[in-house]
Structure formats: structure tokens, C-alpha cells
Design a binder for this molecule. Structure first.
Ligand code: ZN
Length: 268
């Protein structure tokens, strides 16, 4: 799949008199594909699926509110998706994020970040059991979330575009916060200790868990933690059914948990 930008450039080379064979050698695009574009210009400008739209290519303009985008990117990679909104030929997409009721304030944070990126635009909330879907319709969501593609996120490579990496590097806390709010949890580990006098005491240790099947997404999460100097551990659990074959990252050191509490909050 080539973007309109790439297609247009290849065809302009042919137009300038360079042979299809030579353009194929230079671009790596096969010759018959080049010939098809050359003969049918409507294919060159066609906007398909997840291509950047003509307004955004070759690179979309990163949203001005990069903090809101960093957070929303975390939410999207964790538990968000894009689906066509209404008539698919209109090219309008719906960004949908499932917000679990376990994080108080999440629904408003999620809706607020969508609104910050797309001001004066409707953000809807659809309550369901245990969670609320927050969504917003826009033509440019696939441009801002080029990770969208067919199938499930863990079946394909999830790589960030350079401009997205820049946002994540600028706002690692917002990115980690978004990922934790969508695919993470803050849990209390209860430990039973027998005291020297025979009495029993319980200690509670808070820790954060992040669970995702995509190794790429787990990698983005741990990379951001490294940037924040927050200690983490990862393991693949085969015993606990809830976590089977998923990659679980835990943050459990006391100072690391305190750092996370400072920006992931609310605490419970
Ligand atoms: Zn666009």
C-alpha cells in the first residue's frame, strides 16, 4: 500500500521522461503497479483506508495541544479504535475509546483530550456496563492515528511516526498515563506477616500493572518509563488465566510507585 504522496512522486518521475523500469529501480515499486498508476491518474490521488488525506500528507500537522495528544495516543493504543462513521464513502472516522469505570474522572479526561485536539466539535459518551465509550467523528483521525489498520493491534507492527515519537518524548508522563488508564491498573498487594510475638499483621503495597498482548505497545510503554527513570519489570504469565500469554509490566518499587501516583492519579 503506497500513500498518495508516494504514488504522485513516482508518476511525476515517469512524466519527466524516466522509464518505468528505472523508476521501479529507484523507488522499489514494481513496474506493473507504476504502469497502472501512469495510465489511470485517478488511482494516484485516490484516498484509501488509512492513507493520509490530501490535507495532511506527507505528514499531518501535529495537534497544537501535544500534551492532550500524548495522553490520547496512550488511550488509543491501549483500548481505542477507529471505525467508519456513517456512510464509509464520506471518509469520516469515529475515534472510540472504552473508558473503564474503575478510573474516576477518566471519561472526562478522555473527552477533554479529544475536545482539546478538535475544539468546537462534539464528543459523545455512550454508557454501557462497567464502562463508557467516548467517541468523536472526524476525517483526520486516521491521519493522527496512522497505527490504524485491519485486524487486531497485536497481529501487526505498531510503530510510531517520527512526529508521534517527538510528542511522546515531549510528554512521556501523559503517554504513560493514557496507557495505564486504558490497559493498566493500580492494585494493592496484601502481605501477611507473623510478628515475633506471634501476632499477625497485614501490609499493603500498591503497585501498577500494565497488560497488553502487543509486544510493540509494551515496548513503547517501557521506553517511556525508562525516559522517566521509573523502574519496571515485565513477565509473560501463563498461570493466571486473566493474564494468559499477555505481557504484564509491573511497577512495584516504592519510589517508582510514588512517581507514578504523582501523574497517573487518581489513586483509587
Ligand atoms: Zn488528514
Amino acid at each position: 500500500m503506497y500513500s498518495p504522496h508516494v504514488r504522485r512522486e513516482a508518476v511525476s518521475l515517469i512524466d519527466s521522461g524516466i522509464s518505468c523500469a528505472e523508476v521501479s529501480r529507484r523507488t522499489g515499486i514494481n513496474r506493473s503497479t507504476l504502469r497502472t498508476w501512469f495510465l489511470d491518474r485517478s488511482l494516484v490521488d485516490r484516498y484509501v483506508g488509512t492513507d493520509l488525506c490530501p490535507r495532511c500528507e506527507p505528514v499531518p500537522v501535529p495537534p497544537r495541544r501535544t500534551d492532550a495528544y500524548g495522553y490520547l495516543l496512550g488511550l488509543y493504543l491501549g483500548d481505542g479504535c477507529l471505525t467508519p462513521a456513517g456512510d464509509p464513502t464520506k471518509g469520516v472516522w469515529r475515534l472510540r475509546v472504552m473508558c473503564s469505570d474503575t478510573w474516576p474522572g477518566l471519561i472526562e479526561l478522555c473527552a477533554g483530550s479529544m475536545a482539546a485536539i478538535r475544539p468546537d466539535h462534539r464528543v459523545s459518551r455512550v454508557p454501557s456496563t462497567g464502562c463508557t465509550e467516548v467517541h468523536s467523528n472526524w476525517k483526520h483521525w486516521p491521519c493522527l492515528f496512522p497505527q490504524h489498520g485491519p485486524g487486531r493491534k497485536h497481529d501487526r507492527a505498531i510503530l510510531l511516526e517520527p512526529w508521534q515519537r517527538a510528542v511522546v518524548e515531549e510528554h512521556p508522563e501523559q503517554f504513560v498515563r493514557g496507557l495505564i488508564h486504558s490497559d493498566g491498573s493500580r492494585v494493592l498487594n496484601r502481605i501477611r506477616r507473623t510478628l515475633p510475638d506471634g501476632g499477625v499483621r497485614f501490609y499493603e503495597y500498591p503497585r501498577y500493572h500494565f497488560t497488553n498482548v502487543s509486544t510493540d505497545i509494551v515496548g513503547l510503554f517501557t521506553e517511556a518509563l525508562d525516559r522517566l527513570d521509573i523502574a519496571w519489570k515485565v513477565h509473560v504469565s501463563r498461570r493466571e488465566p486473566r493474564y494468559r500469554d499477555k505481557h504484564v509490566v509491573s511497577v512495584s518499587q516504592r519510589d517508582a510507585v510514588a512517581r507514578m501516583d504523582a501523574f497517573v492519579g487518581p489513586k483509587y
